[in-house]
Design a protein around this ligand. Structure first.
Ligand code: ADP
Ligand code: MG
Ligand code: MG
Length: 921
């Protein structure tokens, strides 16, 4: 059923905040949750539960469900006492599982507090480690481990994280004190600070808290825990998190879970450490164990880019047994989840602990490589491969690459880590805000930062590429860059970035300033100064016939995946293409036909606009026909080219649609020209022409051109235009047929709201078509149909279907006219609509299923009630949007049509829609 579907499928089966269980325990080989409970436990909580059940070494803990986040907001920041009670019960359980006691002076339980929504969200709260430490328990920890350095290192980290995240004290305030102590003691690296130095740091940190938060550092562990938990809930609504959700279409209402987990320590000495990794290379998809670690470190040290981590291969030499255990566990995880895993681990005194696992984010390139490899390894079926790849990711494979010759000719300025592939060339900017501003001015920018933070996300989104000086392959810039499919190079150590002065030094020799051109290759990490021409990716080269498909590994995989997709999809995928060259690309990408060929786009070709203007300026039918006669051969040859490119697949051609003034010069420009000519005393023929043009432009002026004299209304007042276009279409089809080719024209009349409009045009089309076919002595099968794009068209679809052999929903205009939102002015208020939660997404990008979708559904039913074999498609922008495609599949349309470059996306999305529909049936 069309109308039961929502734009956000996540709402389905969502637990309500009223159910009574809110906390879920995991530990000692058993968990109350599992992998299927991501709605409730968040991704992290579900993963911890699943790993615990699989008997992997996971420190015990409990997950506070997402429903509690909702309750937190419903109760204005205070949780019901029943939940506080449930917390205490779970804490007792955790104490039993760890044989340690929260707040104990001799054997203290320490925990981490970790946020975790259903979808991983880098915009949210940072994790707090070592919670439970205070002036007393730190001494207990020291005695217990006989390691005062470790105990005070943990305490100072805790104050720092808690101060920053919960009490919202700037990181710099703490960094400043740490640096001061290091300087005073002549120490370079954090691990070189001894116990005495760290005690000093703790004292100073507590002073920082007192000054900034106007309160002492909370000593009661229960208070610490409550405050940390609430900070996680609050972070759900911070601006970074909201921005992230906006970009990735994550609904606002789902909330986050909180994980409270017993600590394990990677900072107890040289037999300890922490790291992150992937079971395969997330940038290229190559089957290689991939990751980084730091010895004697804790938590975020690896991703924060403070110290440069070591490649995971070195762990094999340092701790061979632990390395082997890690490989075994992660290989098991990959087989279990049947997908690449992104994992986090900590080693405490040689013992391995798993702290997180999830399906790894990857580039579009890697996604295709991995999916095809997993099928080859028989880990998944072709169907699962089709479901595994995000259709949008395919667009990355079409992204430009450098012209290899031009690139090779330039010297390498420096090299960084190849975090996300793709060629990027842009003008250097140093802040996210500048990136946005320059892009608004139409410039291409390269965002260069020391390191990126979640606050930079809007700038990263618009930049051509992201380049950072510090951080590893799993730093923020790398992770986010890969996910956005944005070329990124990180950790280019030779860069000296001065973000305030807006200058950049590369090594000793090169200095750049804001606005200078810089380029890099995200696949190799090479950075070069200057601008480099980019060129089509291998896939595009194959589509253009410049490269043999068999010669390109990535094309073969891409093609394989889409061939599998084709075997599952029900919907046809056609292209919106106006010219023969676009039709060629569409065919190359596997289009099943042309769903929309806009004839007026042909009017803008070389030397044509003058003829079109002559036609428009004609004030009598004879002159108009003369001009149309000149247009006829031009249109005919275009149609011939499109038919030929499509090799016998159907081609839907729309008769003229836009208001005529779009083909004429602007009124203001003409007035300026005329005034100038008059002022310089020039008159004569040219001035007269301009005056005549201005007069006609003024005659054609409309107050609401989009609701004015356009579409079928033009064909009714100027039947000779419809005649000429029909003649051009049929003559081209006859010609190709005579030559032994095949053409399947579908003539489409736009903007019909009344069956009589279509009857009028249908009669003209059929009369002219008969004439042409008789004249040429060839028979061509053709259809006459209409676009359904004014609401009345949907409402009266049963009548309209009497005259139409096919419908094509023009969802752009249908959205415009259903909402009454002008497409051209909508941008001015879209953002406030989003802020006020009136619209979650742009209805011109993703179909408004609940509203406009009803008209599509109704038009389809009514149309088919009259004519059961009515062919129905859609040709708005929505034809290339995966969630909209899922809806069109459900409604039972025959095909979707989208821009040529969206065809791969649509083929995959259509297959997913069909497969998912089967699942829910
Ligand atoms: P993020 O969502 O940013 O990855 P996590 O909650 O996974 O945040 O925490 C980040 C890091 O903190 C983890 O990779 C791990 O190294 C460390 N960490 C979290 N919980 C614990 C714990 N219980 N013991 C030791 N380290 C932990
Ligand atoms: Mg984090
Ligand atoms: Mg993590």
């Amino acid at each position: 059923m069309a109308n039961k579907r929502r734009t956000t499928p996540v709402r389905k089966g969502r637990p309500t905040s009223k159910s009574s269980k809110h906390l879920y325990f995991f530990g000692n080989g058993r968990a109350e949750g599992n992998r299927t409970m991501r709605d409730l436990l968040g991704g992290k909580g579900a993963g911890l539960a699943e790993m615990t059940n699989a008997k992997l070494p996971v420190p015990p803990g409990f997950t506070i469900a997402t429903t509690v986040c909702t309750l937190y907001y419903e109760h204005k920041g205070k949780l019901p006492s029943a939940i506080e009670q449930e917390m205490r019960v779970h804490l007792k359980k955790l104490e039993a599982a760890t044989r340690a006691t929260f707040g104990s002076a001799t054997n203290p339980l320490l925990v981490s507090v970790r946020s975790g929504a259903k979808f991983s969200m880098p915009g949210m709260m940072d994790t707090i480690l070592n919670l439970g430490l205070n002036d007393t328990t730190v001494e207990g920890l020291k005695k217990q481990t006989s390691n005062g350095r470790f105990a005070y290192d943990s305490y100072r980290r805790f104050i720092q994280m808690f101060g920053n995240v919960v009490l919202e004290i700037g990181k710099n305030a703490f960094e400043h004190e740490l640096e001061a102590v290091k300087r005073e003691r002549g120490v370079k690296q954090d691990p070189d600070l001894d116990e005495a130095a760290l005690r000093e740091v703790v004292t100073r940190y507590k002073r920082v808290v007192q000054t900034h938060a106007k309160r002492g550092f909370p000593q009661d562990p229960l208070e610490q825990l409550g405050l940390a938990r609430d900070a996680v809930f609050r972070s759900w609504q911070n601006p970074r998190a909201k921005e992230y959700r906006r970009i990735y279409d994550i609904p606002d209402h789902i909330g986050t879970a909180v994980n409270v987990q017993a600590m394990v320590f990677g900072n107890t000495g040289d037999r300890s450490g922490t790291g992150v990794g992937f079971t395969r290379n997330p940038a290229t998809g190559a089957k290689e164990f991939y990751g980084e670690f730091l010895i004697n470190a804790q938590g975020e040290d690896v991703v924060a880019g403070i110290r440069t981590p070591k490649p995971i291969a070195e762990l094999q030499t340092l701790m061979p047994a632990t390395y082997k255990q890690l490989r075994d566990i992660t290989t098991r995880l990959e087989r279990h989840y049947k997908d690449v895993q992104d994992f986090e681990f900590t080693i405490q005194d040689g013992h391995l602990f798993m702290l997180q696992t999830r399906n790894g984010k990857r580039t579009g390139y890697a996604a295709v490589v991995i999916a095809t490899d997993l099928v080859a390894e028989k880990l998944i079926s072709p169907k699962q491969a089709v479901l595994q790849v995000d259709p949008e990711a395919l667009t990355q494979l079409l992204a430009p690459i450098f012209d290899p010759k031009a690139w090779a000719a330039m010297p390498v300025a420096t090299k960084g880590l190849p975090a996300s592939p793709g060629a990027a060339s842009g003008q250097v900017v140093f802040t996210a805000d500048d990136a946005v501003e320059w892009t608004r001015q139409g410039k291409k920018v390269m965002l260069v930062r020391k390191e990126t933070v979640p606050d930079d996300i809007h700038g990263m989104f618009v930049a051509q590429g992201i380049l950072t000086a510090t951080g590893g392959m799993t730093s923020h810039a790398a992770v986010v860059g890969r996910q956005m499919g944005k070329p990124s190079v990180v950790g280019a150590g030779a860069l000296d970035v001065n973000e305030h002065g807006k200058t950049l030094q590369i090594g000793k020799g090169i200095s750049l300033k804001e606005g200078d051109w810089l380029s890099f290759d995200g696949l190799t990490g090479e950075v070069k100064v200057g601008q480099v021409a980019t060129k089509a990716s291998e896939i595009l080269q194959v589509a253009h016939g410049e490269l043999k498909g068999q010669k390109s590994d990535i094309f073969r995989r891409f093609n394989q995946l889409l061939t599998w997709a084709d075997s599952f999809r029900r919907l046809g995928v056609r292209a919106n293409a106006d010219q023969p060259d676009q039709a060629e690309i569409a065919y190359g990408f596997g289009a099943n036909g042309i769903g929309l060929c806009r004839t007026e786009h042909m009017f803008f070709g070389e030397g044509r606009i003058a003829i079109v203007q002559r036609m428009i300026l004609a004030d009598n039918e004879a002159d108009r026909r003369a001009a149309l006669n000149d247009l006829l051969p031009l249109q005919r040859s275009d149609f011939y080219g499109v038919f030929k490119a499509m090799r016998g697949l159907p081609v839907t051609i729309r008769t003229i649609d836009p208001p005529l003034h779009e083909f004429l010069p602007k009124r203001e420009e003409l007035m300026v020209d005329i005034a100038r000519m008059e002022a310089t005393g020039r008159n004569g023929h040219e001035l007269e022409e301009k005056r005549a043009l201005l007069k006609r432009v003024e005659q054609l002026h409309e107050f609401n051109p989009m609701l004015g004299h356009r579409g079928v209304r033009l064909g009714i007042t100027y039947p000779e235009i419809t005649e000429m276009q029909t003649r051009a279409i049929l003559e081209a089809a006859c010609q190709l047929t005579k030559e032994g080719g095949k053409a399947v024209p579908e003539i489409m009349i736009p903007l019909v709201g009344d069956v009589r409009e279509l009857r009028n045009q249908n009669a003209i089309v059929r009369r002219v078509a008969d004439e042409v076919m008789k004249d040429r002595g060839v028979k061509v099968k053709y259809l006459v149909g209409t676009m359904i794009e004014v609401p009345r068209g949907s409402i009266m679809a049963d009548e309209i279907a009497q005259e139409a052999e096919f419908f094509s929903f023009g969802t752009n205009d249908l959205t415009q006219l259903t909402y009454g939102f002008s497409r051209d002015d909508f941008g001015k208020f879209l953002n406030s609509y989003r802020e006020h939660k009136i619209l979650e997404r742009d209805p011109f990008v993703s179909l408004d299923i609940e509203g406009v979708g009803k008209l599509v559904d109704m038009g389809t039913r009514k149309g088919r009630a009259t004519r059961p074999d009515l062919k129905i498609g859609v040709c708005g922008e929505h034809g290339g949007d995966p969630p909209s495609i899922a809806f069109f599949d459900e409604v039972g349309l025959d095909y979707v049509s989208c821009g040529p470059f969206r065809i791969p996306v649509a083929r995959l999305a259509a297959a997913q829609a069909a497969l998912r529909e089967k699942e829910t049936d």
